[in-house]
Design a binder for this molecule. Structure first.
Ligand SMILES: Cc1ncc(COP(=O)(O)O)c(C=O)c1O
Length: 412
């Protein structure tokens, strides 16, 4: 079935027509979202899939229960960081040996930027833009204090402008508030011209944006796997280092599984070949099993279709927001953006709680932003259209002003 001719649906009928022509429609059945829920929070925690739960079961019931310690070899547990890294490499557009899965984004930033600082020497500065995701700011400011490096927090959008020779800029590829997408190729050219380096945070990009990092000249990145990759709560993160940039990088967390020959049990550290050196300790196999299963959802998908669908869903939301007179900080209709759109509302928290009561799960970022995550693998156009109809009803009836919706939960 061919795609409808409108650039994005503007009615329920058109949304249904888009669903019928959706090349991703078959993937939806792998996801275990409760029937009564429209899950618009895949940008925060992707849902479980049949395959992630089956992989977890195999790992606990067969590999752990029966295989016991032998599974480090027989089930290739020991190679999971690089085996999963290969899968993620495909999704971010880099050679398969340049990615490893380990630790969290926070820890990986510490290790990677720590290694870069050591390589660059004492003149290097860490640069971060104001409003960047908090953990990136906190980890890097503290790292700079610890090693006596200079740290600069510059205005949002001015990271490469502020760069001087040797500087390291840490930058989200997709902004967690607005979903604005960075111009990777141009920023890499600007950074190189100034003798600087960019470390990309791909947390909001991987699995929803058609990433071609190698072609665009990116050399360093970290990212999480629990959002659009659906790896599960607290799933481990990844590190990408372009192979020609690894030689002089020494991680500040030199652990035994980043050693060239861990089972030699040598007293002194010698870094493993390649990006494997960034693995510090024993991999969390149960979390990795869930991630391994979850990544199968991407088998055979065209990343271009994935990005195009999330873009279209975003355009559809923005056109409804605009008809309702609502403000959004997200890039406007037709402009590239990540997998969510944000809505500004004075009573944003209460609106998101009122939506939740009707089965529409969104999230809220203080002070006034509701995020609508538009994961293209498990949401249909008509799901999102119906959610927008409920949003309209809640706003028009002022239902969100009910007292029950103002009570703040710990996690918003
Ligand atoms: C851009 C970005 N970086 C980092 C993180 C979190 O990192 P960690 O996996 O260390 O909790 C998030 C979490 O939402 C994020 O959005």
């Amino acid at each position: 079935m061919s795609m409808p001719t409108n650039p994005f649906p503007t009615s329920l009928e058109e949304a249904v027509a888009y669903d019928l022509a959706d090349p991703l429609a078959d993937v939806r059945s792998a996801f275990l979202v409760p029937d009564e829920v429209t899950y618009l929070v895949g940008h925060s925690l992707g849902p479980a899939t049949n395959l992630s739960l089956a992989a977890l079961r195999d790992t606990t019931d067969i590999e752990w229960r029966t295989g016991l310690v032998g599974s480090w070899n027989s089930a290739e547990w020991i190679d999971m960081p690089s085996l999963l890294g290969r899968q993620i490499a495909k999704l971010i557009g880099v050679p398969s040996d340049d990615v490893v899965v380990c630790d969290s984004v926070s820890v990986n930033l510490f290790k990677l930027v720590g290694a870069l600082l050591r390589e660059r020497g004492s003149d290097a500065r860490i640069i971060i833009e104001a409003g960047e995701f908090p953990t990136d700011q906190y980890i890097l400011e503290r790292l700079a204090q610890q090693v006596g490096a200079r740290f600069a927090r510059v205005a949002c959008g001015s990271g490469t402008l502020a760069m001087e020779n040797g500087d390291i800029l840490v930058r989200s590829l997709v902004d967690y508030r607005s979903a604005e997408v960075a111009e990777v190729r141009q920023m890499e050219i600007d950074a190189e011209r100034k003798g600087g380096t960019i470390v990309w945070d791909l947390s909001h990009a991987t699995g929803v944006i058609d990433l071609k990092l190698a072609d665009e000249g990116a050399r360093f990145a970290v990212g999480c796997t629990y959002k659009y990759l659906n790896g599960g709560p607290g799933a481990p993160a990844f590190i990408y280092v372009r192979h020609d940039a690894i030689a002089d990088l020494q991680t500040p967390l030199a652990g035994w599984l980043g050693h060239a020959d861990p089972f030699a049990f040598s007293d002194t550290y010698e870094a493993a070949e390649g990006v494997q050196r960034f693995v510090a300790g024993t991999p969390p196999i149960l979390s990795m099993a869930a991630l391994k299963g979850a990544l199968h959802a991407f088998d055979g998908l065209n990343p271009c279709d994935v990005e195009a669908k999330s873009q279209r869903l975003g355009d559809m939301c923005l056109s409804v927001f605009s008809r309702l007179g609502l403000q959004s900080p997200s890039p406007p209709i037709g402009q590239r953006r990540g997998g969510h759109v944000s809505l500004i509302h004075d009573h944003g928290y209460a609106v998101s709680r009122a939506l939740a009561k009707r089965g529409i799960k969104t999230d809220f970022r203080t002070p006034d932003t509701i995020r609508f995550g538009l994961s293209p693998l498990f949401l249909s156009y008509s799901d999102v259209w119906r959610a927008l109809e409920i949003l309209e009803e809640i706003l028009q009836t002022n239902r969100y002003l009910d007292a029950e919706f103002s009570v703040r939960l710990k996690v918003t």
